[in-house]
Design a protein around this ligand. Sequence first.
Ligand SMILES: Cc1cc2nc3c(=O)[nH]c(=O)nc-3n(C[C@H](O)[C@H](O)[C@H](O)COP(=O)(O)O)c2cc1C
Length: 218
Amino acid sequence: MFYETGEDGLGHRTAGLKHSPMNAIVAPRPIGWISTLGRDGVPNLSPFSYFNAVSAHPPMVMFAANGSHSEGGAKDSLQNVRDTGEFVVNICSEELAQQMNDSSTAAPRAIDEFNVAGLTKAPSRIVKAPRVAEAPAHLECRLIKIVELPPSSTGEQNNTVIGHVVAVHIRDDLVVNGRVDTVKMRPVGRLGYFDYVVVSQSFEILRPSWPLKKAGQG
Ligand SMILES: Cc1cc2nc3c(=O)[nH]c(=O)nc-3n(C[C@H](O)[C@H](O)[C@H](O)COP(=O)(O)O)c2cc1C
C-alpha cells in the first residue's frame, strides 16, 4: 500500500483506510502523563502520547499539544506551562491505565482531573505542579521552549513543549542493582486506534565496536 498524505492529511482515505494509520505505525509511543498547575491554582492532569525524551545531556523531554480545549483556546496543559513554565511527567503503569484514560476527558477548565480520575496528589520537590502519587516514576520539568508547528487544515493549533528535567523520582523497589527495572515498572505505551501496549519483556543488545564482529567470529 502507498499513499501521499496530502494537504488536508486525509490521503489515507484514497488508499481505502478509514482512519490514518500514522499512530499505528509510529508505535509504541511512551505516554507522558502531564501534571501542571494553573495560574489560578487549579491542578491539571492529561496524557500525551506525542511525548518522548529528546536529549540525555541535559535531560530534556517533549510533549505535543494538538488542537484546542473544549471551551476554546489552548489545552490546559499547554496554557499552564505557558503561564508557570513548569510541568511534571508522570509514568503510567499498567494498573493506572484506566485512570490515565479517564484523565483525558474534556473537562471544563475549573475541573481538577486528579479528582475526576480518583488519583492522589503528591507534592513535587522543585516545581509547584503536583505529582500523581500512584505513579511509579516522575520527571519534574522546567520549560525550555514552546515550538509552534503548522496548524491543521482546519486551523487547529499544534505546539510542542520542550522541558528540562530538573528532578527525577523513582519508586525504590524499581531500582534493582543500580538499574531501573522497566519491565517491573510495566509502563503503558500507545499504539494506533484505541490500542495500548505494556512493557512486559526486554532483551539486551550491546553497542557494536568497529569493525563489526559477525556471530561466530573470535
Ligand atoms: C493515551 C492518550 C494520549 C493522548 N495524547 C495526546 C497528545 O499527544 N496530544 C494531544 O494534544 N492530546 C492527546 N490526548 C488527548 C488529551 O489527553 C486531551 O485532549 C486532554 O483532555 C487535554 O487536556 P487539557 O486541556 O487538560 O490539557 C491523548 C489522550 C489519551 C487518552
